[in-house]
Structures are given as structure tokens and as C-alpha cells.
Design a protein. Structure first.
Length: 194
């Protein structure tokens, strides 16, 4: 099955590319703002600081993990020069998920996770974590090493699990309103019984 889900990265970067190492950011309250001090270093202040700039953006303290990630931004946005930020989701080794959840993760019963079988020596058995997306400057993504990409079947699995996670819908066929292509979204995926 893994051979059907993946393919080598194409010439151009695209949705479904798996990248070797990208940051995923996590914010934990309260926000702490970063300000340049007179000595050239950065100082940390509470978000109530009068110079906190909500309107134009403010540098803040955040937690960051760097790991494999999948590019979620659609190709039609990637191709537009004006789109400067892309969305990625982290890929976590299955071994880091609690053992009691492995079976459900492998059957895609955990809607926020998409199971990714191992692929040769490129990708260990993992899950794509859909509920921890991060928006990055496209420069981060473009400079990262692309190690693998989803095939058409892999993209369909991504779309089906992403829709299931967002909507909790139970469905068997999806038809794209733009190009009229349809596919059975439940093929190979467990659909929750109501």
C-alpha cells in the first residue's frame, strides 16, 4: 500500500510534498512580546505593554518543534507570487503516539490524524497531525528538503481524512465541484459508525 501512496517529489513544489524539517509553532498563554532594547538585544514584555502592535504584527515568544511536515497549501495558491505564506502540518512518528491508540491511528479512526505507512528508508511509520497546522513564510518551505510526495491516491486519502476531521461527515463518494472528478473517499479508510 505504501508504494501507492507516495512518489518522488516533482520538479515543482506542490501540495502533498513531505519536507524533511520544518518548524511547527505552538502558542501558550499569556503572550509575551519581544521588543528591541537600547543595547540591541531583545527584551520580553507582557502583552499588555503599550507598544504591543496588534495592527501590524508583534514579535512574540513561541514554542517551536522542528520535524518532518507536509505541505497543505493547494497548488493553485503556491503558483501565485502574491501568496507569501503557506500552511504545513507536522508528521509525527507513530511510536510517539500512545500505544493504545496505534490500532485506531492505523485505521484512520482518529479523525485528526492521517496514518502514513513507512516508505523504504525515507519515512518511518508515522501520522500526519491535522489539528496542528502552522502558517509559515513560503521561504521556510522552499528552502526545506523535499523527501517524498503524495501520489494522487495519497492526496485523495489526505482530502478524505481532512474533510472527516473538519466535518465529521460520513460519506462514500466525493465529487470536486470544479473539475467533476469523483472518488470513493471511504475506500481503505474506516468510517465512524453513528
Amino acid at each position: 500500500m505504501a508504494e501507492d501512496l507516495y512518489e518522488p517529489p516533482g520538479v515543482k513544489i506542490s501540495q502533498g510534498d513531505i519536507l524533511e524539517k520544518l518548524p511547527t509553532a505552538y502558542l501558550v498563554p499569556p503572550l509575551q512580546a519581544l521588543f528591541a532594547r537600547a543595547d540591541g538585544l531583545m527584551g520580553v514584555e507582557a502583552e499588555e505593554h503599550p507598544d504591543f502592535n496588534d495592527r501590524h504584527g508583534q514579535s512574540i515568544v513561541a514554542t517551536c518543534k522542528r520535524a518532518k511536515a507536509l505541505l497543505l497549501t493547494r497548488d493553485c495558491e503556491i503558483d501565485k507570487p502574491k501568496v507569501k505564506h503557506w500552511v504545513v502540518a507536522p508528521i509525527v512518528p507513530l511510536s510517539l503516539i500512545p500505544g493504545s491508540s496505534h490500532g485506531d491511528a492505523k485505521k484512520n479512526k482518529i479523525f485528526s490524524l492521517l496514518y502514513l505507512p513507512s516508505y523504504r528508508d525515507v519515512l518511518e511509520e508515522s501520522v500526519l497531525v491535522l489539528n496542528y497546522p502552522t502558517t509559515l513564510s513560503k521561504d521556510f518551505v522552499e528552502s526545506a528538503k523535499r523527501i517524498l510526495s503524495f501520489s494522487d491516491l495519497g492526496r485523495k486519502a489526505l482530502y478524505a481524512q481532512h474533510i472527516r476531521w473538519l466535518s465529521r461527515w460520513q460519506f462514500s463518494e466525493i465529487r470536486c465541484p470544479h473539475c467533476a472528478v469523483s472518488f470513493n473517499a471511504s475506500e481503505g479508510m474506516t468510517v465512524r459508525e453513528d
